[in-house]
Design a binder for this molecule. Structure first.
Ligand SMILES: Cc1cc2nc3c(=O)[nH]c(=O)nc-3n(C[C@H](O)[C@H](O)[C@H](O)COP(=O)(O)OP(=O)(O)OC[C@H]3O[C@@H](n4cnc5c(N)ncnc54)[C@H](O)[C@@H]3O)c2cc1C
Length: 401
């Protein structure tokens, strides 16, 4: 079982097989699999609590409907982990808050039927055999809140959302022998002729031969402190939660406009909404400023296909709207980097999960643990750092949200 707390000097004097820097969902999921592999693991988080930066600000959703085979495989495996959470972790008492209402992508385009049919065929070829193609009438029959503009849709019933807090703390608790040190900041790396020798923190030094960087939007900043360079930028993303609207169907799926990417889903008697509008990268930040024009924009956008939102938007009062913003940790191709950092032996990267870090965390953590054990599973190849080198082959995910 894992321990979470502020470490004493004696705690820090104990070495670890692996030290993970960053206690968001990616660092914690990595710790879980490292502990399971029988290695001793310390996870460092500089904030007061695990999972309290980007992880706490997400929409908490998961889907296997992607177009890149590597992403389909990764999310399918992660969703299976969520479904079998109690069995895999041994935590019978942990309620992940799993809501498998499905993900519904809806198109309003004339070419929607052809595009979505082709996409479903591609997904099926890559093992996603439970995604359905729906024509416009079938979308409206199954989901009566969808309006006349819909021409086609795709639906997968096992997609959905969960509690990221329960997931983070469940995995930490289930980490065999895991030590999760909060208020503990990694400030540097000590390297000797063999590679990594220790991590320097604000509380003292921890001896280790393997360090995993999992600092989310701060990946490039932390890497620079360690003498490394990584292609991760921080891009602002908003989330809107509205309360007190029973007219929003509680059983609705995550509903996404396939053309614009604007989305909504039910949440505790109201809804959570979002839209990945283009924004330039910004400095990584602990507190991300919000833009109060966003709620009106997203409400208008989701009204296009789900007309029930027009009525809600017209009556909505500001005190019913909760607006927050975090930062996607983005790589140039929006897929993560799961790899060893070759110039510094013993330094590993588990970073750059963009808008998919919650849904990808179990499998991303497992793959990182495989690398730490000296193995190189084929599934890691698409996520290696060298894909960004000149002539490298970067994956092209078309369903980035
Ligand atoms: C609005 C929004 C909606 C989203 N919706 C979804 C969604 O529906 N589904 C989904 O899968 N993903 C979603 N995401 C993306 C998801 O939240 C991220 O991909 C994920 O949380 C990244 O996890 P992480 O552990 O890499 O980063 P973080 O959660 O940011 O964790 C990194 C941690 O590292 C710590 N740290 C940094 N530097 C140091 C240091 N030097 N020493 C010690 N600790 C350090 C930080 O304090 C932080 O806690 C969304 C993101 C946003 C902003």
């Amino acid at each position: 079982m894992g321990t979470i707390g502020v470490p004493s000097a004696a705690d820090l004097s104990q070495s670890a097989d692996v030290v993970i820097v960053g206690g968001g969902i990616i660092g914690v999921a990595t710790a879980f699999w490292v502990g399971r592999a029988g290695l001793s693991v310390v996870c460092l988080e500089r904030r007061d609590a695990l999972g309290s930066l980007t992880t706490a600000l997400s929409e908490e959703c998961f889907r296997a409907q992607f177009t890149e085979p590597a992403n389909i495989r990764m999310m399918k495996a992660s969703i299976e982990f969520f479904e079998r959470f109690a069995e895999v972790t041994g935590l019978e008492d942990c309620d992940l808050g799993l809501r498998q209402h499905g993900y519904l992508f809806v198109s309003a385009a004339d070419e929607g039927p052809q595009l979505l049919r082709e996409r479903v065929e591609l997904q099926r070829r890559h093992g996603l055999d439970d995604v359905e193609y729906l024509d416009g009438d079938e979308v409206r029959r199954r989901f009566p809140f969808i309006g006349p503009r819909a021409t086609a849709g795709t639906f997968r019933a096992r997609d959905g959302w969960l509690s990221t807090h329960a997931l983070t703390y469940g995995m930490a608790r289930a980490t065999a022998g895991g030590r999760f040190w909060v208020r503990t900041e990694a400030t540097g790396l000590i390297v000797d002729s063999h590679g990594v020798a220790a991590v320097e923190t604000n509380r003292g030094r921890i001896a280790t031969r393997r360090v995993v960087l999992a600092t989310g939007p701060f990946a490039a900043v932390t890497a620079a402190r360690f003498g490394a360079m990584v292609p991760v930028t921080a891009v602002r993303r908003h989330k809107v939660v509205i309360t007190g609207y029973p007219v929003i169907p509680e059983s609705a799926p995550m509903t996404i406009d396939d053309g614009t990417g604007a989305y909504w889903r039910p949440e505790s008697g109201g809804a959570a909404l979002g839209w990945a509008l283009p924004e330039p990268p910004m400095e990584p930040s602990e507190t991300v400023p919000t833009d109060w024009t966003f709620p009106a924009l997203v409400l208008e956008a989701v009204s296009e296909l789900s007309p029930l939102w027009e009525g809600i938007a017209a009556r909505l009062r500001r005190e019913q709207v909760y607006l927050s913003a975090g930062q996607y940790p983005c790589t140039p191709d929006n897929n993560p980097v799961i790899d060893a950092y070759d110039p510094i032996p013993g330094l590993y990267l588990n970073i750059g999960y963009g808008g998919h870090g919650i849904m990808a965390s179990p499998e991303g953590g497992r793959l990182m643990a495989e690398l730490l054990m000296g193995r190189m599973p084929a599934e890691v190849q698409p996520f290696r750092l060298n894909r960004f080198a000149t002539g490298g082959q970067a994956a092209r995910e078309s369903m980035v949200i």
